[in-house]
Design a protein around this ligand. Structure first.
Ligand code: NDP
Length: 334
């Protein structure tokens, strides 16, 4: 049995991650750290978590914890990951890994030097829809991918209208929240790296003090594919989607930029539109935990590695910089 400790009595832990860890036959949540005793108690009662803590040191001193899931606000990912690595715990960290690339490198290095598994919790690659898109592109179903459009504009639910739209010190804004996910998904389905970006952000009603709640932009990939993205917290009725247009056909995916295992894919060639048969859906977060558990047992890698998290952060930071400067920004990964 692989024992997980959860850092942060957060929405993502409550809605997805605690269930995901406990749903895997070889893992269980045995501990939770919350700065608030009251929130910790609520989680303990709701999920039957045996140990709750309010201090990081005492949490990490629990020798039974094998894996730490860092699911707190973004500015805490670095200190909590470094502390977990020093306590010799494997780390699954939420995206964005950190607020700067330098911090993210430090986290990745600390885990790697200690011989620990570190992963990034980008969920979308675990969806059968995105894995099918990747397979179809690799099989040449649409020829050479030339252009991508990502629609990831949603309405931020009221219970999440907190630090994301208010607190720059916590890494607020739509770019660090959603564009990182687009980046990881596109790198995965295209098997390519982002070379440069151009973007424009806006505050369209939710973002306070000029915090971006909307971004539109373009990523240029190394093999020449251009990907256009629209990410937002203020669009309630658009639905999400992703399209990849190639030399020989187009893949059109609807309702796929979501935490839920839903969505459809169509292949269009000329006037022919065919729905792609998908494998049975799987819970995205359970698959992430399954792969992480396997990696801890020496089998393969996490579904999304620490290096993948570094790369999605690098692109998001370049997107922010492009929006600030009005210039096309080459992405620096080092
Ligand atoms: P929340 O705002 O729900 O929680 C963040 C932290 O705030 C918690 O760790 C908790 O810390 C504290 N907190 C929780 N409730 C309250 C409250 N009522 N009042 C004051 N503080 C509170 O964040 P999310 O769950 O939305 O996001 C957490 C992380 O997960 C972020 O890094 C985000 O980017 C990522 N995320 C990833 C997703 C994915 O699909 N991969 C989806 C959603 C988020 P404590 O208990 O220690 O005080």
């Amino acid at each position: 049995m692989i024992n997980w400790g959860i850092i942060g009595a957060s929405t993502i832990a409550k809605e997805w991650m605690i269930h995901a860890v406990n749903a895997c036959p070889n893992s269980q949540v045995i501990a939770l750290l919350s700065r608030s005793q009251q929130r910790g108690d609520r989680f303990r009662n709701q999920f039957g978590i045996p140990h709750t803590y309010t201090e990081l040191d005492t949490f990490l001193a629990n020798p039974d914890i094998d894996v730490v899931y860092v699911g707190t606000t973004n500015e805490l990912h670095k200190p909590q990951t470094l502390a977990a690595a020093a306590a010799r715990k494997h780390v699954l960290c939420e995206k964005p890994l950190a607020l700067t690339l330098r911090d993210a490198h430090q986290m990745v290095q600390a885990c790697s030097e200690a011989g620990l598994v570190m992963g990034t919790n980008h969920h979308l690659r675990n969806a059968v829809t995105h894995r099918t898109l990747r397979d179809l592109i690799q099989e040449g179903a649409i020829g050479n991918p030339l252009a991508v459009r990502v629609f990831h504009a949603v309405l931020l639910p009221p219970h999440l209208q907190t630090w994301r739209i208010k607190d720059p010190s916590a890494g607020a804004g739509v770019v660090l929240d959603i564009t990182v996910h687009d980046t990881d998904t596109l790198r995965f389905i295209l098997s390519d790296e982002v070379e440069s970006v151009m973007a424009c952000t806006s505050s369209q009603g939710l973002g306070e003090h000029g915090i971006d709640d909307t971004v539109m932009g373009v990523m240029r990939f190394e093999r020449g594919t251009l990907a256009q993205f629209h990410d937002s917290f203020v669009i309630g009725h658009a639905g999400t989607g992703l399209e990849v247009h190639g030399t020989d056909g187009s893949l059109i995916a609807r309702d796929v930029m979501t935490q839920h295992p839903i969505g459809e894919i169509f292949l269009r060639k000329g006037n022919q539109l065919k729905q792609v048969q998908l494998p049975a859906p799987v819970n995205l977060y359970e698959r992430a935990v399954e792969h992480f558990n396997a990696a801890v047992q020496g089998e393969g890698e996490p579904a999304v590695t620490a290096d993948d998290g570094l790369r999605s952060l690098a692109v998001a930071l370049a997107v922010q910089r492009s929006a600030q400067t009005g210039k096309q920004i080459p992405v620096t990964y080092a």
